[in-house]
Design a protein around this ligand. Structure first.
Ligand SMILES: CCC/C=C/C(=O)SCCNC(=O)CCNC(=O)[C@H](O)C(C)(C)COP(=O)([O-])OP(=O)([O-])OC[C@H]1O[C@@H](n2cnc3c(N)ncnc32)[C@H](O)[C@@H]1OP(=O)([O-])[O-]
Ligand SMILES: NC(=O)C1=CN([C@@H]2O[C@H](COP(=O)(O)OP(=O)(O)OC[C@H]3O[C@@H](n4cnc5c(N)ncnc54)[C@H](OP(=O)(O)O)[C@@H]3O)[C@@H](O)[C@H]2O)C=CC1
Length: 279
């Protein structure tokens, strides 16, 4: 039984979720499977993938070790899913990440590492699934996880650039591959309180994070997963080439409103005094 959507909504669908061994990817796999999809989780380490599958009560989950940066591994893994299931209806490009470092300290290798993971990995997965399964099979859906703010993420230059690239990829392919009925979208979360976010970054970055969001709280993996489920369902059939932002309005404004400097003496938002007409 799913908390939001009706039982059997995704019955018969076969979905791949990259990075399905943790965080947003794990919850997405569990939610998709709870709606009837058969989910194949991809990642570099087998153990977390197997743990995800153990959390899927229906057993409609399978773990595949695959580094999305390696084209041979991607080809073999996608071929394997097709051989076992005969179709791929949904690809969720969720695997990704970065390290937090001022731009001037990012080495060429460090920059390349993040671009390869986020942008090239997403391209390899999308291209393999489209050419092997979706184009011959008459269509499908791709959802890629990116990131806000779209104005730029200081300290994560490489990731910001790669996420902009992914969004451009989804938009461009939504035009080219409309003729194959492939619908591609991006979901851009702001800050989601996953184990990795809470433990990987310096404490000052994590502790003040909720204060940077107008809603003053972090997102949850479920809120991202539910949007993936909606896009996978018939409700998403006409949505393509879009970037859906789920970030508590952080893309529009950093921090709560009003900022302290704009508070009036009564502690309320400052308000101009209305002048008589003609003045
Ligand atoms: C507001 C924010 C919201 C977002 C939150 C999230 O996304 S939460 C979810 C976040 N989830 C994730 O991020 C999960 C996925 N992330 C990852 O797997 C890693 O963070 C990865 C992206 C670095 C790839 O890892 P890998 O095993 O492939 O690579 P590797 O370790 O072998 O490094 C290769 C090269 O990269 C460089 N370099 C690396 N680290 C640093 C550093 N701290 N400092 C400086 N440089 C660094 C260095 O050049 C290194 O080469 P070297 O010097 O060793 O010759
Ligand atoms: N949490 C947040 O605040 C936000 C997260 N995002 C993005 O959402 C996605 C999920 O985030 P979150 O759940 O927090 O992060 P996690 O670090 O928990 O998830 C990343 C997953 O990707 C897998 N992965 C990493 N590299 C590769 C690779 N080369 N090939 C295959 N799989 C790989 C990891 O497994 P393994 O190491 O076993 O390969 C891991 O399961 C990421 O792209 C992240 O950057 C975007 C905005 C905000």
């Amino acid at each position: 039984m799913n908390e939001i959507f009706r039982d059997g909504l995704l019955d018969g669908q076969v979905a791949i979720v990259t990075g399905g061994g943790s965080g947003i990817g794990r919850v997405t796999a569990i939610e998709l499977a709870s709606l009837g999809a058969h989910v194949v989780v991809f990642g570099r380490r087998e153990e977390p993938l197997t743990e995800t599958c153990a959390l899927v009560p229906s057993g409609r989950c399978e773990a595949v070790v695959c580094d999305i940066r390696e084209e041979d591994e991607v080809d073999a893994a996608v071929d394997g899913v097709l051989a076992r299931h005969g179709r791929i209806d949904l690809l969720v490009n969720n695997a990704g990440g970065q390290f937090l470092t001022p731009a001037e300290l990012i080495t060429p290798k460090g920059f390349r590492t993040v671009i390869r993971l986020n942008l090239e990995g997403t391209w390899l997965m999308t291209h393999a699934v489209a050419t092997k399964a979706m184009i011959p099979g008459g269509g499908g859906k791709v959802v890629s996880i990116t990131m806000t703010p779209h104005t730029g993420l200081p300290g994560m230059t490489h990731s910001s650039a790669s996420r902009a690239g992914i969004e451009s990829l989804m938009k461009t392919l939504s035009i080219e591959w409309a003729r194959f009925d492939i619908r591609l979208n991006a979901i851009a979360p702001g800050i989601v309180g996953t184990d990795t976010f809470l433990t990987k970054y310096p404490s000052q970055f994590v502790e003040g994070a909720a204060e940077t969001v107008p809603l003053q709280r972090l997102g949850t993996p479920e809120q991202i997963a539910w949007m993936v489920c909606q896009l996978a369902s018939p409700a998403g059939d006409y949505t393509t080439g879009s970037v859906i932002t789920i970030d508590g309005a952080r893309d529009n404004h950093i921090g709560a409103w009003p900022p302290e400097r704009e508070l009036g003496p009564d502690g309320k938002p400052a308000q101009e005094v209305r002048r008589p007409r003609g003045r």
